[in-house]
Design a protein around this ligand. Sequence first.
Ligand SMILES: Nc1ncnc2c1ncn2[C@@H]1O[C@H](COP(=O)(O)OP(=O)(O)O)[C@@H](O)[C@H]1O
Ligand SMILES: [Mg+2]
Length: 353
Amino acid sequence: MTPELASSLFETIPMPIILIGADQTIVAMNQPAERLVGGHMRGRHYITALRQPNLLDKIERTIETGEAQHARYLGREAERETIYQVQISSCPLGAVLAFTDKTADEDIGQIRRDFVANVSHELRTPLTALSGFIETLRGPAKSDPIAQDRFLTIMDHEAGRMTRLVDDLLSLSRVEAEGRVRPKEPVVLSNVLSETISNLEPLLDQAGATLDINDQSNGAAVVGDTNQLRQVVNNLIENAAKYGKRDGTIHITITPPTHEPQLRADGIRLVVRDEGQGIAPHHLARLTERFYRVDSHRSREVGGTGLGLAIVKHIINRHRSRLQIDSVEGEGAVFSVILPVFAGKDALKDSLS
Ligand SMILES: Nc1ncnc2c1ncn2[C@@H]1O[C@H](COP(=O)(O)OP(=O)(O)O)[C@@H](O)[C@H]1O
Ligand SMILES: [Mg+2]
């Protein structure tokens, strides 16, 4: 095979490919490789073009022994840093380098590491408090029943925080595990709303919140998973109670079924609006990230885990629905969930096929 033939073959391959000839110069490369190392490197020694010691060592070894090698290569393309796994193989013309883009895998790895670090941090705070109080109960407060009672109340509170965190983590992983299975049961939003509200009564009382409910759905059903939709409604009303105005009103609307361009189908909206401080625009896009809080101190004070909206977002994605967050600072926040209407078994079958 001639270098010209190798070049034209390489152009059919989407990943960067480089051929190093017997004279150790670059004799052929395709366009993705040109974007990576520069087209002007054709004809130059491979050491000039590739410059990363680990990769250069491996190329040398393949040229000497004929054995295939693997190496990492860090690229920079259009201001983006990329990470490649390079396979170096021997061929009659010299050595062929094939680059596989591993950037996305590495990004996922980073997200996982951040997540573990966050969870550990969230657990460590209540654990440290618990250990501290155990020590105090054994020592200084050993024969002080009043102090003991106070510390046990705080310990109970801290243990509750850990339980909520573990519960939310489990919910999140359950929703993630089912992420690709689309729910298909009819769910009447009015029922979900009234059940959720009765569970939330103690919290609503505590916040002094009044509900203003405007249900126009007339018993219409959406396509969904009842338990998960309860969780969505629960988390949104809970936030409205915790971050809304003290002794204020929480406005909840369920709209009648109408065509929703965002779903490209008929949908029903459930809208939860509070009268609190609202959320500054630069926070809105990040609000559904795990452990993202506008005010960590306030969130911890009201027993938040920072996972409520991440769970909502995952459930909404699984339902192929939309979550919209609007807020004018100082005038409260509006969380809208747009869910697809359940149009009877036949219509459902059509829409799934
Ligand atoms: N209705 C709301 N009004 C103002 N801020 C809100 C509202 N809902 C959520 N937030 C902000 O978004 C953050 C993330 O919410 P969430 O995921 O439910 O976590 P948590 O409530 O456990 O802190 C909260 O900490 C809070 O700062
Ligand atoms: Mg919350």
